[in-house]
Design a protein around this ligand. Structure first.
Ligand code: ADP
Ligand code: MG
Length: 598
């Protein structure tokens, strides 16, 4: 506040410098504004050069429409824009820019020079220093615009201090250029760091080709296309193989009407689609382009325009989730032994060979195909669950469309391979199955876990109880006791009848039918120590506790019953934690591995 307490209008340079605080955070944000201006001007070729991480120089030249000589000064005047005329336009933005404040902001914190020409040969150049116009001159140049930003923040030492090492700023600039290039495949981009070329994206490349410049090859090669349309919304892009999931969310790129944005709704829709395919702490790779009518989205939420607001958030969530899910279901029906995973798969076989003890099928197993024919008549082995739960296994809603078996010949379910032959158990952990054209290894624990999880999910909070004649007692920490109270209803729904006694102690009067008393106790121990508990989580932990383990020997009947209920599940290829349940090798893959064929 001035000492005389007078209210006055700030001089324009100061207004712009204040606005610059929001729009221009670092060199890459300058670059973003300049490149977006070039795209708005219809450029098909954009050349970018930076020096010292962009701090000493950022230069962007384009072959767009150019700016007329008498408009150059306006371009660096606040709230001057060619992209918006009325409030109505503001509700239907089709350009990247519209606020008319990027150039004046940038010019107020740098040594700024802009040359432009609307016709080959005849151009003008304008120079600005820290917001003050120094002058304008004529210059000969081809049609287009070139903006040069030198000594960024030289008059704002506070900002200068916040800049990272030049190498870091350079990386941010390179990422930004790639992000924009992904959404504009028809435009030729070139990024130079000093004289060295960092990226060259030729026009006509598709997003996957451009991604190959920044993501590892095996990740890019395992991407699958998303293509989905739903009324007003169109969702396209690429999604990664669940098997390639990673610990950080840094390979999820979201675009709304070709604008790179950060968006929680789309991000959570993507993660939701992957749920059950990857671990809770993992992130997939995804590039999602959402196209929707401009009046369905407000892009004027943030000065840097990196956030948007949707009219209909829940429809957006649903469309994106469906789009991704559809692609995942189409492309990753199972952990594929495609080119990418083959070396690993071969490695696993090699590692297994010395101890390979797959038994030859014994007579009871040779009848397998016969048994396959009548799945409903198979007794559910006692080992898996109580008889009533076993009954349910065959009646989960997931299987409701399963056709009933005929007397002869194999039964075909919508999900199952028509004739699977059970060959035996290997390492007391894997079940070996042969179909006509491929051989499959199933992880018995993961498969059973998946079967039980789906069953638990289907029964929700109508869990069956197993009353205990003598109540079990469990000492609790105070923290566990308050956790128990928080999820009391859910525990009750799962089949627990509990009482809290002083101590604190927990009395278990009944437990879920699926669990033995000792597993019920283990389950509670785990669940009450866990911080983030969701219903999915409870089912997953319970399925894990109740499932047969690696190392459990199975009889032929038991193995068959398991394979049978497993193979009819829609999400059969991943366990609830997202690990693969089955590995497959096709005849042609085996031929390759044995070098019968190249
Ligand atoms: P906005 O993009 O929000 O309109 P800017 O400050 O970024 O605001 O740019 C101001 C104006 O300058 C734009 O509206 C446009 O008319 C013009 N302009 C800026 N850069 C270019 C360019 N590369 N080619 C043609 N015109 C440009
Ligand atoms: Mg702009």
């Amino acid at each position: 506040m001035g000492r005389d307490q007078q209210i006055r209008l700030l001089p324009p340079e100061l207004q712009n410098q204040i606005a610059a605080g929001e729009v221009v955070e670092r060199p890459s944000s300058v670059l973003k504004e300049l490149v977006e201006n070039a795209l708005d001007a219809g450029a098909t070729r954009i050349r970018i050069q930076i020096r010292d991480g962009g701090q000493s120089c950022i230069k962007v030249s384009d072959n767009g429409t150019g700016i007329a000589a008498d408009q150059l000064e306006l371009a660096v005047t606040r709230h001057a824009t060619s992209k918006l005329e009325s409030l109505h336009d503001l509700q239907e933005i089709r350009s990247f820019g519209f606020r008319g404040e990027a150039l004046p902001s940038i010019a107020s914190v740098s040594r700024f020079r802009m040359s432009s020409s609307r016709e080959d040969g005849d151009g003008s150049v304008l120079e600005v220093l820290h917001g003050r116009i120094l002058g304008q001159d004529r210059t000969a140049m081809p049609r287009g615009t070139e903006v040069e930003v030198n000594d960024l923040f030289s008059n704002v030492p506070a900002r200068l201090k916040f800049l990272k090492q030049p190498a870091t700023e350079t990386r941010k600039c390179a990422e930004l250029v790639t992000r924009i290039a992904l959404a504009n495949p028809h435009v030729d981009f070139e990024l130079l760091n000093g004289e060295r070329s960092v990226h060259r994206f030729l026009s006509g490349q598709d997003p996957a080709q451009r991604l190959a410049a920044i993501w590892p090859r095996e990740v890019v090669e395992a991407l699958h296309e998303v293509s989905y349309e739903d009324g007003l919304f169109r969702v396209t892009g690429l999604v990664g193989d669940p098997a390639m999931a990673q610990a950080r969310p840094d390979r999820i790129l979201i675009y709304v009407n070709t604008r790179p944005v950060q968006d929680k709704i789309i991000l959570s829709a993507i993660r939701e689609a992957y749920r059950g395919r990857i671990l809770g702490k993992e992130y997939p790779q995804a590039v999602i382009f959402l196209q929707l009518p401009p009046d369905e989205v407000d892009v004027n939420v943030h000065p840097a325009k990196t956030e948007v607001r949707f009219q209909d958030e829940s429809s957006i969530f649903r469309s994106v989730r469906r789009a991704v899910l559809q692609s995942l279901e189409r492309s990753f029906r199972r952990p594929d032994v495609g080119d990418q995973t083959l070396p690993l798969a071969i490695g696993q076989v090699h590692a297994a060979l010395p101890t390979m003890e797959a038994r030859l099928p014994d007579p009871s197993q040779i009848q397998v195909e016969q048994k396959w024919a009548a799945p409903y008549e198979q007794p559910w082995p006692q080992k898996f669950a109580s008889s009533t739960t076993a009954q349910k296994l065959f009646e989960t809603p997931d299987n409701s469309s399963f056709p009933s078996g005929s007397e002869s010949g194999p039964v075909e379910s919508p999900f199952a391979a028509p004739t699977l032959q059970y060959l035996g158990q290997f390492a007391r952990t894997y079940l070996i199955l042969a179909a006509e054209n491929e051989i499959t290894l199933i992880d018995q624990h993961a498969a059973h876990e998946r079967v039980l999880f789906n069953m638990l999910r289907a029964q929700g909070l109508r869990g069956e109880r197993r009353p205990l004649l003598l109540p079990l007692e469990m000492p609790l920490h105070p923290a566990q006791s308050s956790r128990a109270q928080e999820i009391w209803t859910e525990l009750d729904g799962l089949g627990f009848s509990l009482e809290l006694a002083p101590g604190p102690r927990l009395l278990l009067n009944s437990i879920p039918a699926l669990l033995t008393p000792s597993k019920a106790r283990e389950f509670l121990e785990d669940i009450l120590t866990d911080k983030a508990v969701s219903m999915e989580n409870l089912w997953a932990v319970m399925a894990c506790k109740a499932a047969i383990k690696a190392g459990d020997a199975l009889t032929g009947d038991e193995a068959l019953a398991l394979v049978d209920s497993w193979q009819r599940l829609p999400e059969k290829n991943y366990c609830p934690h997202g690990r693969p349940v089955a590995l497959h090798w096709g005849v042609s893959e085996l031929e390759k591995m044995f070098k019968r064929r190249s």
